[in-house]
Every structure is written in structure tokens, then in C-alpha cells.
Unconditional design. Sequence first.
Length: 537
Amino acid sequence: MKSVNLLILDDKEENIISLSALLADIQHINIISSTDPNEALKICWKNDIAIALVDVQMPGINGFEFVSLLKSNPKTNHIMAIMVTAISKEDKYLLQGLKSGAVDYLYKPLNPEITVAKVISFIKQIHIQEEIKQKNIALEESRKQLILAKEEAEEARKSKESFLANMSHEIRTPINGIVGIIHMLRSSELNDEQKDWINRLDTASNSLLLIINDILDISKIDSGMMKIEIESFSIRKKLADIKNIFKVKALDKQLDFDVDIDPLLPEYIKSDPLRIQQIINNFISNSLKFTESGNITLKVAVLEKTLHAVTAQFTVIDTGIGIKPEAIEKIFLAFEQGDDGITKKFGGTGLGLAIVKRLADLLNGKVEAKSTYGDGSAFSFQATFEQTEELPPEEKIDKKVFSTLEKFDNLTILIAEDNDLNSFMLAHMLESWGCHVDIVKNGRQAVENVNQQDYDLIMMDTHMPIMSGFEAIKEIKKHANPKKAYIPIITISASVLEHEQAAAYEAGADSVIGKPFDPVDLHQKISKLISKKTAIS
Ligand code: ADP
């Protein structure tokens, strides 16, 4: 324990000697004394004095004045002053002492026990005060560190967001090229062996895309950028689609796949169909992965139904390898797998269920896993949905080989894209649709080409060197020649971030297409923009 400095101020030397002798046995004090108030003040300024025992009656400065001086100086106002007095115990003196800032009185002749007890109790107080002071300092320090950590976390979130935007662009751009070339090869003359190679390449690039999408999804959710899009849709049709997809896959593994739907399930509900499908697909894909024989069932149960709402539970039950009880708690956490051998044997990143859990949260639902190790598992998602009678517009997605799509009427299209593989693939696709194509590698060249030639449409990558797609669009859209300013522009964005797509529209783009894109989707977008342009001109 730290020693406390105690000052004795008394004009009579003999009083100092007797008081010092009285306090000599007290631990953790260091006694300093003086017979002169002026010298005592200097001692207080220079040394860290904690307690002062001050005689009241002194020539020159009396005890009360001395204590007032201590209290008026910020350097010494913390000192605990105890008045030592032989004068009357009348209240007016007591009050004068307390008013000047003293904390207590000792009366002469000093009672040794009371004096020692009082000093010990003040030392204890000082130690407690010191402890509180240290704790306050530590508290203040941790408050500063917390603020710093918060700022750092905010910085990290921002750099994560821009990393996400860049990474999604950088990774998806080459995959876009690969997927495009696969499309091109598919529509060329191939022998059976080559068709098999293409199928394998297709599977590999799709699983690469799935992994990247998983990583992007979890980062998007964690940084609050995942948007849930609520709409009316036919849940029964969605379940039928899921059945069609997985029936074939289950058959490949010689597994039975059934969908058992509660007759109480309504036709239309309001939710995000894409995310619901993502959750159920994930459960079924896992069941397919971890089941060698037996069957997989998707059971849809209605738990509660009112006039406008329905609580439904989607459970995928399998007869697979099951999960150990100690692992079941962890599997909804990111990067967690049932056991360490799983990756070696089955592959996977451990992200699927973590995404499912987060998506379920975003849909105000919950997920649950039950399993008997060695016998099988049941994964369920439960949520309450609004029921609707509304018929959503039918989406017609026509999956065709791109080269069989309808030809355009001699369109001249400018492609601005710095990635050679992508522009090559895109040019090939557009040429197969009867378009004439020019390729440039940056925004500046795009603007120059637009100045020199006439185009029906521009395909513009957003991230390019020298001049970005955004800047080039802005320049073209304010072209002095209205014919040029009205050329429809489709941006090609590999970013998954909505604000990047919004930025493209803000710059003046007429449409946005993602990377990798579906050729049918691009064909539809071009048809729409061209017919709109023809209608205007
Ligand atoms: P991944 O399958 O990519 O490893 P998931 O998050 O989808 O990641 O699953 C996490 C883990 O949960 C899996 O590695 C596996 O151990 C376990 N698991 C999930 N579904 C099943 C299932 N149907 N049967 C057995 N184990 C499962």
C-alpha cells in the first residue's frame, strides 16, 4: 500500500514532537512537520501531502487562514485538514474551522486513542479515494479505447464495403468471361466428348460462382446491405419449381424425393420468394450431399392460419449421416461444419446454414435443426406470412441457347469493356444476334467513338481505366447532338452492391445488367430499349 504524507503544523516544537510520537506506530504514513505556516504552505505545494494536522492558534497566519489558503489553491485543495485546538469547543470555532475547509477537529490535550483512530480512519479514506481515482482513470482510458475501437470498426466496415464492391467486380468479371465462353462453345459444333467437357466446365464454374455468391451474401447481410424484396407470389408454384429441380438431382443419387404440402397452405403469400427458395434449396442441397440412401422429404405444415396470415413451417427431412449432438449447436454459425472430417469428405465452406439463419432472421422467421447421429436430420424454417389473393404478373423465363434467339435488325453496338475475354464473348453473342459491334477499352475512347460514329446502343462496363463508365455515360448523355445523347446505354456491372447499380442509373444509364449475365436477359433488355427508341424517334 502506498505511504501517505502527513503534515503537522504547530508553532510549538514540543507539540510537534509529542504528536509525532503519538502517530509513530501508524503504518503507511510519512510525517513531515513545520512550525512556520509559510514554510508549511511551500511544503504542501512541493510535496504530495494528503493530511494536514493544523494548530489553530499561531502567530501571523492562524490555523483557519492556513486551511483557507490550502483550499483556495487547486494544487493543495485536496488536502484533508484536521484542526488541532486548545480553545473552547464552542460551536462558532467549530463552524469557522469547517467553513475554512477543515474536515475534523482534535482537541488539546489530545486523547491518544481518539487521535490515532481518527488519523487511521482518514488514511483509510485517502486510500479508498486513491483507489477510486485509479479506477476512474482506468475507466476513462477504457472509454477512450472504446471510442477508438468504435471508430476503427466503422473504418473497417467502410473498407469492407469497398473491398466487397471491388472483389465482387474483380472475381465476377473473369467468371463472366468463362460462363460466356461456355455459352459460345455450347452453340458450336461439338462431339460428345467435348460436350461432356463443356458440361464439366459448366458445373465447375457454377460451383465457383455459388461459393463466391455465398461469401458475398454473408458479407452483404453482415454489413446490412442485403435487401429483402417482399412481393406477392405463388408459394405453391415455388414449391413445384423446387420439386422439379431436386427430383432429378435426387434421382441421380438414387434417392426418393417427395414434397408433402399441407392442404391448408394458401396459393399466394407475401414474402421474398428468392430468399425463401434460397433457404429451402440450401436445406435440400445439404440433405442430398449428406444422404447416401433412403429418402428426402420437404414437408410444408401450416401451424396457424387466420383470415389474413399464415404461419408455415418448411421442414427438410433426410435419412442421411446425421449430426453429432455437440455439433448441432454450432452448425448455424459461419464456417462451422459438423466435424472436421466433413470438409475432406464432402467439401463445402460451412457458410450455407449461416446464410440461412441470417436470411430467416431478415424474414422474421426462425430455423431449427434436429438430428440423430447416423439416422438422419430434419432442418426447418418457420415464419408468418401475409396471405394474398393477388395474382402477381407471370414471369416468362425462356431458357434458350443464345444463338437461337431472334436476330436484331442490323444494330450497331459499341462495347466499352477493358476485359478482353468479356468483350470478345459479348461481341460474339451480339454478332450472333445480327449486330455490328465496335469494341473500345475505356470510357474516353467510348466518348470519342460516339463523337465519330452513329450507334444504336452502347454496352458500358462501369469500372474501366482512364475514364470510368459512369463518367463516360455522363459525357454522352449531355452530348450537344440529341441523337447521340439519346443512345440507350446498358451498363455491365459485376458489383453486387445496390448503390453501385443505383449510381449507374444516376449517371444516366438506361438499364443495368449484372455479371455474369443471362444471355436471354440481355436479349430482352436490348429489345425493350430498341423498341422504346424506335417509338420515340
Ligand atoms: P457446408 O455444407 O458448406 O459445409 P453448411 O453451413 O450448409 O455448410 O452446413 C454446415 C454443416 O452442417 C455441414 O458441414 C454438415 O456437417 C452439417 N449438415 C448440414 N446439413 C446436414 C444434413 N442434412 N445432414 C448432415 N449434416 C448436415
